[in-house]
Write a protein that binds this ligand. Structure first.
Ligand code: SAM
Ligand code: SF4
Length: 334
């Protein structure tokens, strides 16, 4: 598609093609590693971007080269009428892929509508297969809903169905082999994610941290050899493997132990309309007031390019090993 709008290329030559769009900071779970348990305020309702503001922003970004949009949250499926929003985004010229990251609680009710929109890529977060432990980690007794949601997605034919598993020593590391086995038995890609120090009150602690390399060792000892899979172009930061004869795959996402900043093609927009150029940096650019003002699309595109030019080369969390940003994950969206 030829566009008069400037492409979003930063000062290190990285082209921005992927947007993670948080559509709400609300959530129907309370994962202890994501949301602070106290001192927590929801974003005021009037600050949340309205559907027409989101659609306009995504339309401009798509004209500037963004091709893949992932809806996230909080929990995206608790936003009222989210299916209507997804439909609007899916119809925008230039949007090639619409994806979703969800905790899965609402999938038994909504998976069919989402599939009908043409969405095929879905990431479902699940950190345990044990009902009591699920309650302990998420604060809600809803394991059965999530499991039913995963099964519904497989039945409908979402592909790939991915499970996001945040690795936490002493909390769920004993289940790493069970999740690896899921990838062998089902057409599921299980993604083992390093626990990240994001957000004040995230409960991150070094004691919980388990690296992808440690997880690989556990899997190779218990489940057998991990066979590397060739990475597709723009397949993101996951390192991919399969177990012999496995129907699905295994991915490792290692933001702490292996940096992937040099290939970063991501932008993030929070539910209250702030552009974040790096997950770990609290430097944000407020777009909401602009969208509610007199700015033209062309001017907005110019402003977005200027903002993108200031994307940091890399983050320093590896060196500092400390909670790196104040905003909690539940209001960034991962
Ligand atoms: N509510 C949806 C969900 O849980 O999938 C979408 C938002 S959630 C913030 C997005 C992803 O971030 C989830 O897979 C979640 O497990 C992950 N996440 C949250 N806090 C994290 C942390 N501190 N370190 C690593 N991953 C985290
Ligand atoms: Fe909610 Fe997702 Fe955060 Fe859990 S990880 S509290 S489901 S936003």
């Amino acid at each position: 598609m030829k566009s008069a709008y400037p492409e979003l290329i930063d000062s290190f030559g990285r082209k921005m093609t992927y947007l993670r769009l948080s559509v709400t900071d609300r959530c129907n779970l309370r994962c202890f590693y994501c949301m602070p348990q106290a001192d927590f305020n929801w974003m005021p309702h009037e600050n949340i971007l309205r559907f027409e503001e989101i659609i306009r922003l995504v339309r401009v970004l798509a004209r500037q080269g963004v091709r893949k949009i992932r809806l996230t949250g909080g929990e995206p499926l608790v936003r009222k009428d989210v299916i209507r929003l997804m439909e609007g985004i899916s119809l925008l010229e230039g949007v090639e892929e619409l994806c979703l990251t969800t905790n899965g609680v609402e999938l038994p009710a909504l998976a069919e509508n989402i599939f009908a929109l043409g969405v095929r890529h879905i990431n479902i977060s699940l950190d345990t297969l044990k009902r009591d432990r699920f309650h302990g980690i998420t604060g809600r007794d809803l394991f059965e809903n999530v499991w039913a949601g995963i099964n519904r997605c497989m039945e409908l034919g979402f592909s790939p169905v991915k499970i996001n598993f945040v690795m936490m020593k002493g909390k769920n590391d004993d289940e790493i082999p069970d999740f690896a086995r899921l990838s062998a038995e089902y057409p599921i890609e299980v993604r083992f994610i390093e626990f990240m120090p994001v957000g004040k009150g995230s409960n991150w602690g070094e004691g919980y941290f388990l690296s992808s390399d440690e997880a690989k060792e556990i899997i190779e000892e218990k489940n057998g050899k991990l066979e590397p899979k060739r990475r597709k172009k723009n397949s993101g930061p996951a390192e991919l493997y399969t177990l012999k004869g496995g129907k699905g795959g295994i991915g490792f996402i290692s933001p702490l132990s292996h940096s992937f900043c040099s290939e970063c093609n991501r932008l993030r927009i929070t539910a209250d309309g702030r552009l974040r150029l790096c997950l770990f940096s609290d430097r944000e650019v407020l777009l909401r007031d602009m969208l509610r003002g007199q700015i033209t699309d062309q001017e907005l595109a110019g402003f977005l390019l200027e903002a993108v030019a200031r994307k940091p080369a890399r983050y320093l969390v590896q060196e500092q090993n400390l909670p790196s940003c104040r905003r909690q994950m539940s209001s960034i969206g991962g």
